[in-house]
Design a protein around this ligand. Structure first.
Ligand code: ADP
Ligand code: ZN
Ligand code: MG
Length: 499
């Protein structure tokens, strides 16, 4: 069944309803082996069905063994998100027939997950707020079906079992977000925290971070939840945003026409930005959950919890606040520097070399020119360590500018050269003869020449056009190949023009 593209609900209609959104996020954990067997977990670009054994192939009689690292990673993620870690937890069987589920059931968790509650602070549309988390549980991923079409038009499916049994953490939020922007901010912030903690690559494009979005509308000012629709199939943050915007419009229209929103699962179609009905919730499966008989219950001692807590790194929000307090950065500068853990570390290593007095200069170089240069590497998330630049390069560059050994304009040229060759800034400056000229007599001599050579600009200045000085400063800089301090050049010019 294909739903028609909804016409946009009028703004008045749209604002009569409050969207309510809850997310279910599946995260593949970056363990060495799979959840219940010894197969290598990382199947990226591996030959199909090359990371398999009788356990993850679902052979009868095979016994699962719990991957302790996956349990520890889930608890670490829970602690980073302020969850409670109950002392008792267990695995359950979730039964359903589907070709990607090799055993006919998935080992998951039902009523006693590893993590309960928790919050994540997000910022959307300039407002900061806490989103409530319901739970985090641990389960195994399924195999992958590849749908193909044969030469004669018949369709068939191939199965790749490499993904079967990969540790999968599922985080469920409360229905606690109210716009597509909030949902996207939640996902971005969650990905950042999980990467900081180091439990997952959390890469939506590669399928290690997947999200189903539940959305309903209710009249503004009411509290009862409306009928919800679950939207699947988004494989980028942008897709989640578009899918939610579409659903909010569609539901607003249905409700404003006096209709009832059907409780159903819908699939997002990237080509059109639309969602289409997949199955009604009335046909919902009965999963016949029961405790997994082949696995012991999970007991988590308080000692273990505290030990794991001790392994948590400083998280982005805390790091941001510390950077503001310790280095005198603006909140926005700090936010940009803590975007990734590696980026924040590069900043602090550079400040350690350059000296704390230069912290803001270091921040400006990293946020500005260095980020721009890293962007030219063609990798989406390139870090300093992916380039020939090191903290020592940046610190030396900042030092040279600070000592007035080079001008800001020269520094940009030096950084570019260092980025390309990996040579140290001081060596580049010496090899190219780029040292700043701080000899006042020399600057004054060039200023005099420039004034003689530009009578029109001088007349403009004397006629009241102050901006003419800028032009003259530019001429001095050019004559000195960027090696003069522009302020010094302006002073020398003004001394002569005003005398
Ligand atoms: P189900 O039984 O359909 O799986 P759950 O109660 O387990 O529903 O919730 C699944 C997800 O849907 C959670 O993220 C939850 O926050 C969200 N959710 C539940 N009810 C609503 C609603 N009325 N509107 C929006 N989201 C909802
Ligand atoms: Zn296996
Ligand atoms: Mg549910």
């Amino acid at each position: 069944m294909v739903a028609a593209q909804p016409e946009a609900a009028s703004t008045a209609t749209r604002t009569a309803y409050e969207p309510v959104i809850g997310l279910e996020v599946h995260v593949q954990l970056k363990t060495r082996s799979k959840m219940f067997c010894g197969c290598e977990r990382d199947y990226f670009e591996a030959e199909p069905n090359s990371h398999v054994c009788s356990v993850c192939l679902g052979m009868p009689g095979m016994l699962p063994v719990i991957n302790e690292q996956a349990v520890a990673f889930t608890i670490l993620a829970g602690l980073a998100l302020g969850c409670d870690i109950p002392a008792h937890s267990k695995f359950d069987r979730k039964n359903y027939p589907y070709p990607d589920l090799v055993k006919g059931y998935q080992i998951s968790q039902y009523d006693q997950p590893l993590c309960l509650g928790g919050t994540l602070e997000i910022e959307a549309d300039g407002v900061t707020r806490s989103v409530q988390i319901e739970r985090i549980h641990l389960e195994e991923d399924t195999a992958r079906l590849l749908h193909r079409e044969g030469a004669n038009g018949d369709s068939y499916s191939l199965i790749d079992v490499n993904r079967s049994g990969v540790p999968l953490m599922e985080l469920v939020t409360r229905p606690d977000m109210h716009s597509a922007a909030e949902a996207m901010a939640f996902l971005r912030t969650l990905r950042q925290v999980l990467r900081y903690v180091g439990v997952s690559d959390a890469d939506m494009e590669k399928g290690s971070f997947r999200c189903d979005a539940n959305v309903s509308l209710r009249p503004v000012g009411t509290t009862t939840l409306g009928n919800k629709v679950e939207v699947k199939n988004m494989n980028s943050f942008r897709a989640v945003g578009r899918a939610l915007e579409f659903e909010i419009e569609r539901q607003a229209r249905v409700l404003s026409e006096g209709g009832r929103v059907a409780q159903e699962t819908r699939g997002y179609i990237d080509a059109t930005g639309a969602t289409v009905s997949q199955r009604s919730k009335e046909e919902a499966h009965d999963y016949r959950y029961f405790p997994e008989p082949d696995l012991p219950p999970l007991e988590t001692s308080r000692v273990t919890v505290e030990e794991l807590r001790g392994h948590l790194p400083e998280l982005p929000a805390a790091k941001r606040e510390r950077f503001v307090a310790q280095y005198g950065l603006t909140p926005d500068e700090a936010r940009q520097l803590v975007e990734t853990r590696a980026g924040a570390e590069a900043f602090e290593q550079t400040v350690a070399l350059a000296g704390p007095a230069h912290a803001r200069d270091v921040a400006h170089w990293l946020i500005g020119d260095v980020t721009r240069l890293l962007g030219t590497l063609g990798e989406p998330d390139a870090e300093l360590t992916d380039s020939k630049l090191t903290p020592a390069h940046i610190a030396e560059l900042v030092g040279l500018v600070g000592q007035r050994a080079i001008t800001a304009a020269t520094a940009k040229e030096v950084l570019q050269a260092a980025f390309e060759s990996g040579e140290m800034p001081a060596a580049i400056v010496d090899a190219r003869g780029l040292r700043q000229i701080n000899d006042d007599a020399e600057i004054d001599r060039v200023a005099a020449e420039v004034i003689d050579a530009n009578p029109q600009a001088v007349a403009d200045y004397r006629g009241g056009k102050e901006a003419a000085v800028k032009f003259l400063v530019g001429q001095v800089m050019r004559a000195m190949r960027g090696r003069a301090d522009p302020n010094g050049a302006a002073e020398a010019l003004l001394r002569r023009l005003q005398s």
